[in-house]
Design a binder for this molecule. Structure first.
Ligand SMILES: [Zn+2]
Length: 831
């Protein structure tokens, strides 16, 4: 499963988590790999959907065989079903079997004892009721339903009717009986009967379609290579299907019809990605086809169902959003790499989840680096490193046999930290050994399970090096180094010393292979050293004092560091040490010292950095409250706002230039408002608003007649709100908010929207707006509920109610609004 949203994780950081105590309570539970008594061999399903009741009527033929020991019984996961019949298939006859069912697990008594490797087939007639499933006597669950009916009766005019499934971790057993564990795998075939107007998607190939007399159609999907039950998928809906190909295999994109024209802009790099992944793994794309589909109200970011990836509908960006680039390309890259790491070789247990997720996570770096250059790859690597460091997960091992809930494994350790560990391993072994190691792991374990030890053995086999120390430290250990780096120069003796002190708590000492570059002008000499004590000292002799000593010259180590460099060192680093992070560290140092002319001079250079994201980053760091800075960068800023090739950089420059509030730039803003990029247009409109409120309001009103997203949507709403709380603009403002799928953009828009509702007086409109926020609260993916529900209740909803308290005593309307808000908070107070 793909990680969720950036803003979500930022919010989560800001809010004290109460999830930790749960971990501690169950820390003693050892999470063993599930025993294999019977093995799945094949699953055949025949399913029909009841859109009125949100039921699935299913028939299943499940073929199994005992794994090693003979057995006369079979346990199947079957969550919340009605079981109508269970029988043994004997040729064309069915012999009823005795069974017990507790609502979660079926215990079936077979007709006799079966020896190892003797196949038998069980037939089950069942009804799946995903909306009624209860877990251990608690309320009906919203998450882990496995099978989701979206707007099944078509009552919501703004939402398509869809069906999609989400198996990981163990939820597919809500819609078919199976052994719902990652260490099982089988081939499958599914007959899906659906209303004729819809298309379907499942694993493998669509082999035949048959029209029925009652206005339905039966699609027959066949998957003839084995995969784990959690990777089974069904999707049904009114989609456009856009088809590409890779080496004659279908590569297709299922999008809601209004997005058919932009589908290739969103997914169109997929064939090139497949070719790239085939090249680096040395393993051909294993499956018969590759499709990607979007799902409304999806409960996660994306899911790598074999040959049929499901994505959040937030992927469906419009043409203007895509001018700034496809924000979800990393999702496409991530889920695709899972087709090898996860689907072809599958984690043996959730404890070992990182053998799926670290690779999918790291594939985002590999793809960025290949497609957009080393800076882009390093940028992604650093961003994910910060994601891990900010998650405060020092106590968690990468491979974790103790956890409270298997869903807890889907965290910044399994994903982000795992990915950074692979990056260090790649640097240590070298590209050739690293990628040969991946190849050996894949071909040795294909169509089987993998765990961290198999990974180690593959890398050891290829490289000839012992890697126990590395795996013990990073895979079976926790935390990360924290270091302080300082320098001393003895010109008389011609000796430079570097001191590295590990400052993490306790007596844990990390062993780190590190490159140190010593610079004289642009010439550098590299030393390869081991950091392996609480304090290490490395000395180098010199004739002329070095301009820079650059520790971790490749910028790959996962650590938090304090590095005692001077402005001169950093200036040299920006100029001659070519990595993304070398330059970013210099920018960060100078940003803290921008009144220093030398620092400012470096920042001006960085505003023109050859990597666009460092240009916009630097602009974002400039502090124009400092008069010297303000005057010094103004011409450069105006030039970038006008001429930079990247819309996101122009937008950053326009945003900052707007704060100058200088009339001479008005023509620039007026022109940029017409830009096709939402970010450029939105920033320009915001800049115009600071110069000429009336003109900006007129533009905002004109824009408000069409659907708007991104920065422009936010700025238009903001201008309308500031122009007097505009009751008459409610439809536009609420519409802009409502149109955003659950995503970073929606969380960014949340506070301004709440401020607006705080100023509105019309009770009907206030209630409508509150409902939209409540919908967002209740649609937040399960992993974030325990943090985001209280955030939205206490920080957002309560703040609106508080604003309304002024004057409430004499206003029944305001009293009613406050009562309504409180009732909505009360609904979800349990979190
Ligand atoms: Zn994933």
């Amino acid at each position: 499963m793909m990680k969720l949203f950036l803003i979500c994780s930022l919010l989560v950081l800001a809010i004290a988590s109460n999830g930790q105590s749960r971990d501690e309570n169950q820390a003693e539970v050892y999470r063993a790999t599930s025993p294999r008594i019977n093995d799945l061999v094949h699953t055949k399903l025949d399913v029909k959907f009841d859109y009125n009741k949100s039921y699935l009527y299913g028939k299943a033929w499940i073929t199994l065989k005992p794994h090693f020991y003979a057995t006369d019984s079979l346990m199947l996961d079957a969550k919340g079903m009605d079981i109508n019949k269970i029988a043994l298939v004997k040729g064309t006859a069915l012999a009823p079997l005795k069974y017990k069912y507790d609502g979660m697990v079926l215990t079936i008594k077979l007709d006799k004892e079966y020896a190892a490797n003797t196949a038998y087939t069980v037939y089950i007639d069942y009804t799946s009721k995903p909306n009624e499933i209860k877990v251990k006597g608690s309320d009906a669950i919203k998450n882990a339903k496995g099978l989701y009916f979206i707007n099944p009766k078509g009552e919501d005019k703004d939402k398509p009717t869809q069906i999609w499934t989400q198996g990981e971790t163990e939820a597919n057993s809500v819609w078919f009986p199976t052994i719902d564990k990652p260490n099982q795998r089988c081939t499958d075939e599914i007959y899906m009967t659906v209303p004729e107007k819809y298309v379907t998607l499942s694993n493998g190939l669509l082999t035949s379609q048959k029209k029925n007399a009652d206005g339905t159609r039966t699609d027959y999907w066949k998957m003839d290579l084995p995969h784990a039950p959690y990777l089974f998928f069904m999707g049904v809906g009114d989609y456009a299907i856009i088809k590409d190909a890779y080496k004659g295999k279908e590569v297709s994109y299922y999008v809601e019809k209004p997005y058919a024209a932009v589908a290739r802009k969103i997914f169109g790099l997929t064939p090139e990605m497949i070719a790239f992944y085939v090249k680096i793994t040395g393993v051909e794309y294993p499956w018969a086809k590759y499709s990607q589909i979007t799902g409304r109200d999806y409960v996660s970011g994306a899911m790598e169902n074999t040959t049929a990836t499901l994505h959040t509908d937030a992927l469906q960006q419009d043409a203007r959003e895509l001018v700034d680039g496809n924000k979800f390309e990393e999702y496409v890259a991530h889920e695709l790499f899972h087709q090898w790491f996860g689907d072809l070789v599958t984690t043996e247990s959730w404890s070992n989840l990182t053998v799926n997720e670290s690779f999918a996570n790291y594939s985002e770096v590999l793809w960025s680096q290949y497609k957009y250059g080393k800076d882009a790859g390093d940028d992604k690597n650093f961003e994910d490193m910060q994601g891990y460091l900010g998650s405060h997960s020092e106590s968690k091992d990468l491979v974790r046999f103790h956890y409270a809930d298997k869903e807890d494994m889907f965290d910044a350790v399994s994903y982000n930290k795992g990915g950074r560990i692979l990056h260090m391993l790649r640097t240590y072994l070298g590209d050739s050994a690293f990628f040969k190691g991946l190849n050996l792991y894949l071909i040795t374990n294909k169509f089987k399970t993998g765990e961290a030890h198999q990974l180690r053995l593959a890398f050891e086999e290829v490289s000839g090096l012992d890697l126990n120390w590395f795996f013990n430290q990073w895979y079976f250990g926790s935390g990360n180094p924290k270091v302080e780096i300082s320098y001393a120069y003895d010109d008389a003796a011609g000796k430079a010393s570097v001191f590295v002190k590990q400052t993490q708590e306790g007596d844990q000492v990390f062993r780190l292979p590190v490159a140190i570059d010593v610079y004289n002008g642009k010439e550098k000499v590299r030393q390869q050293v081991w950091i392996e004590h609480k304090t290490d000292t490395f000395s180098f002799s010199y004739k002329k004092r070095p301009d820079l000593i650059n520790v971790d010259a490749e910028k790959v180590i996962l650590w938090e560091k304090k590095d005692d460099k001077t402005l001169e060192n950093f200036t040299h680093q920006y100029t001659y040490a070519a990595n993304y992070l070398d330059r970013k560290e210099a920018i960060d140092f100078c940003a803290k010292n921008q009144e220093d002319p030398k620092a400012l001079s470096l920042l001006k250079t960085a505003m023109k950095d050859h990597y666009y994201a460092l240009r916009s980053y630097t602009i974002g760091e400039m502090d124009i409250k400092k008069a010297g800075v303000k005057n010094e960068i103004e011409p450069l800023l105006a030039d970038i706002a006008k001429n930079d090739a990247k819309p996101t950089v122009r937008a950053a420059a326009l945003g900052l230039l707007g704060q100058y509030a200088k009339p001479e730039y008005k023509p620039l803003y007026v022109k940029a408002i017409q830009d096709s990029s939402y970010s450029v247009s939105g920033e320009a409109l915001g800049a115009l608003a600071q110069l000429d409120g009336e003109a900006a309001l007129a533009d905002a009103k004109a824009f408000a007649k069409q659907p708007l997203k991104g920065k422009l949507g936010g700025v238009v709403s903001q201008i309308l709100i500031e122009a007097g709380g505009g009751e008459e603009d409610f439809d536009v403002i609420a519409g802009n908010f409502g149109k955003l799928p659950v995503s970073d953009a929606k969380f960014e828009a949340l506070q301004p929207f709440a401020d607006y509702l705080g100023t509105l007086t019309n009770t009907e409109k206030v209630k409508k707006g509150i409902d939209m926020i409540v919908d967002l609260r209740d649609a937040v993916p399960v992993q974030y509920k325990s943090q985001l529900t209280p955030f939205i209740n206490n920080m957002i909803l309560r703040s609106i109610a508080n604003k309304k308290k002024t004057g409430a005593q004499s206003s029944p309307d305001l009293q009613e609004q406050i009562k309504y808000i409180n009732s909505k908070i009360e609904e979800k107070k349990g979190f």
